[in-house]
Design a protein around this ligand. Structure first.
Ligand code: 13P
Ligand code: SF4
Length: 427
C-alpha cells in the first residue's frame, strides 16, 4: 500500500486520472480538458448579477492554438508572461488547485487566507485567481476598484455554491420572518442572523450584509457563530449543512435544535414549533468531494495502520468528523501534518490535490487520502495550464480575458458581510 501511495504522490492527479480513468470518481474527468469544459454555461457558482464579460469566453472556447500547444510550450508561455508582468500581476491559488497550476501562485492558501491575500498587493493591477468563481468574486469585492480579477476558466464554479440561490434564500427568509413575527424583543437580539459560508455567490454575501449577517470560512466558522449568537437567537446557515452542523455541535448546540431547511418544501419541511425552538437552521447543501468520506474508511485506515492519525475537513458528514482525531480547514490540515512527527501515519479526509502535495512535501511521514478513489474538486480542476497561459498572454497584449466583475450594489452589501468575516479571526 505504501508503495502505491508513494508513487501516486509523485504523479500529478491529472496524470493519474488520464492514465487510469477508472481510478477517479468521475470518468468524465479523463476526457481532454477542452471536451470536459464544453458542458456548463457561464458562471456556475456566480452571482446572477455579475457583469458577464464581453465577449464571454464560454467554457470550451479556449482558442484552438492553445488547445493544441504542448505542455512545455504552455509552461514556457506562463513563465514568460509572469516575468514580463512582474509586480503588476498577482496569482492566487487555492490549496486544492492542481500542481501544474499552483506552482505559479504567489500566494497559496485556504479561502480565508486568500481573501486576505487579495488585499495585500494593492500595487498589482491584476489578480488572477486560480480557484473557483466565488473566490474570484470575493477578491473583486475586496480589491481596489481599479484592480481587475481574472478567473482563467469561467467554468470553475462550485456545486455547493449553486445549492443556495438568492431567490430560495429570500423566500426562506420571508417565511422565517413570518414565523418569528410575534417574538418579543426583550433581550435586544434579532430573531435570526443569516450566515453564509464563503462558498456562495456574491449575491448571498450581499444578502447577509443587508440583513445583519456575516460570511464565514471553514477556518473561522466557530468565531463567526459566536459573533452571530451575540446578536441573534438563531442562525440561518447556508449553503453547507455539514460545516454548520459540525461547528454548532462542537459549540454545544443540540442536534434537535438544528433543523434542516429544504428549499423545495414549505417552511423548509419544518413545523413552526421546530423553527421557534431552533438555534441553527441548516441549509440542505453539501460538497460533493467531502460527502464521500465515511466512517468505514476511517475504520479501514485504523485497521491497516494501528495508531494512525485521522484528520478531516469540516465539510465532511458529522459521523466522519466525530470519528476522526481532528477536523479543520485546509490550512489547519496543513498545520496538523507539519506538527506531526517523522514516521507518523496520517489519513486525511479532504481534496486529493492537497493530500498528494502534503504527501510529497512530507516524505518522512506516510500520508494518504481516506477515499481510495481519486476525487478532485472537479470544478477547480478546470483551471488547466492552457487557460492560465491564454489569460496571461492576454494581459501581456493589454487584453483582460475572463474578468470577474461583481455589480456595484451587490459588491457594496457583500463587502459589509466580508469585512465582518475578516475581523472574525480563526481560533
Ligand atoms: P477552505 O479553504 O476554507 O478550507 O475550504 C475548502 C473548500 O472547499 C474551498 O472550496
Ligand atoms: Fe466547492 Fe467542494 Fe470544490 Fe470546495 S471542494 S470548491 S466546496 S465543490
Amino acid at each position: 500500500m505504501t508503495q502505491t501511495l508513494d508513487s501516486r504522490a509523485l504523479l500529478s492527479v491529472n496524470d493519474v486520472i488520464t492514465a487510469a480513468p477508472s481510478s477517479s470518481c468521475d470518468a468524465e474527468l479523463a476526457r481532454g480538458p477542452w471536451d470536459f469544459d464544453l458542458a456548463p454555461g457561464y458562471g456556475p457558482g456566480a452571482s446572477e448579477f455579475d457583469v458577464i464579460p464581453t465577449p464571454v469566453t464560454r467554457p470550451g472556447q479556449l482558442p484552438t492554438a492553445y488547445q493544441r500547444m504542448s505542455d512545455d510550450e504552455l509552461h514556457a508561455r506562463i513563465r514568460a508572461a509572469k516575468e514580463k508582468l512582474g509586480s503588476d500581476l498577482v496569482i492566487l491559488g487555492h490549496f486544492y488547485q492542481r500542481d501544474e497550476v499552483v506552482q505559479y501562485a504567489d500566494f497559496v492558501g485556504d479561502s480565508f487566507q486568500l481573501a486576505n491575500a487579495a488585499l495585500t498587493r494593492p500595487e498589482a493591477s491584476t489578480i488572477v485567481f486560480c480557484g473557483v468563481h466565488f473566490m474570484a468574486e470575493t477578491a473583486d469585492i475586496l480589491a481596489r476598484p481599479e484592480q481587475h480579477v481574472i478567473l482563467p476558466n469561467l467554468a470553475a464554479g462550485c456545486s455547493m455554491a449553486d445549492m443556495a440561490d438568492e431567490d430560495s434564500v429570500e423566500t426562506a427568509w420571508e417565511e422565517l420572518m413570518e414565523v418569528y413575527a410575534d417574538e418579543a424583543d426583550a433581550d435586544g437580539l434579532a430573531s435570526v442572523i443569516p450566515v453564509t459560508y464563503m462558498n456562495s455567490s456574491a449575491a448571498l454575501k450581499a444578502f447577509c450584509g443587508r440583513n445583519g449577517g456575516i460570511v464565514c470560512t471553514s477556518s473561522n466558522a466557530a468565531t463567526v457563530l459566536e459573533w452571530a449568537f451575540a446578536r441573534g437567537r438563531r442562525v440561518l446557515f447556508f449553503p453547507d449543512q455539514h460545516l454548520g452542523r459540525n461547528t454548532a455541535k462542537a459549540m454545544g448546540v443540540p442536534l434537535e435544535q438544528m433543523p434542516m431547511w429544504n428549499p423545495r418544501k414549505p417552511l423548509g419541511g419544518n413545523t413552526e414549533a421546530d423553527l421557534i425552538d431552533a438555534k441553527v437552521i441548516l441549509w440542505h447543501g453539501f460538497c460533493s468531494v467531502h460527502k464521500r468520506f465515511t466512517v468505514a474508511q476511517i475504520d479501514q485506515a485504523r485497521a491497516q495502520y494501528p495508531g494512525c492519525k485521522v484528520i478531516v475537513h469540516p465539510e465532511s458528514p458529522m459521523p466522519v468528523v466525530d470519528a476522526a482525531d481532528a477536523s479543520g480547514s485546509t490550512d489547519a490540515i496543513r498545520k496538523f501534518v507539519a506538527a506531526a512527527s517523522p514516521g507518523d501515519v496520517i489519513a486525511i479526509g479532504t481534496e486529493i490535490n492537497l493530500v498528494n502535495r502534503l504527501a510529497a512535501e512530507n516524505p518522512d511521514k506516510t500520508i494518504f487520502c481516506l477515499d481510495p478513489v481519486i476525487c478532485p474538486c472537479s470544478t477547480m480542476y478546470r483551471i488547466h495550464p492552457g487557460y492560465l497561459a491564454w489569460t496571461l498572454d492576454g494581459l501581456v497584449e493589454g487584453e483582460i480575458r475572463n474578468e470577474i466583475v461583481v455589480a456595484d450594489e451587490v459588491a457594496r452589501d457583500a463587502k459589509v458581510a466580508l469585512e465582518r468575516m475578516l475581523a472574525a479571526l480563526p481560533r
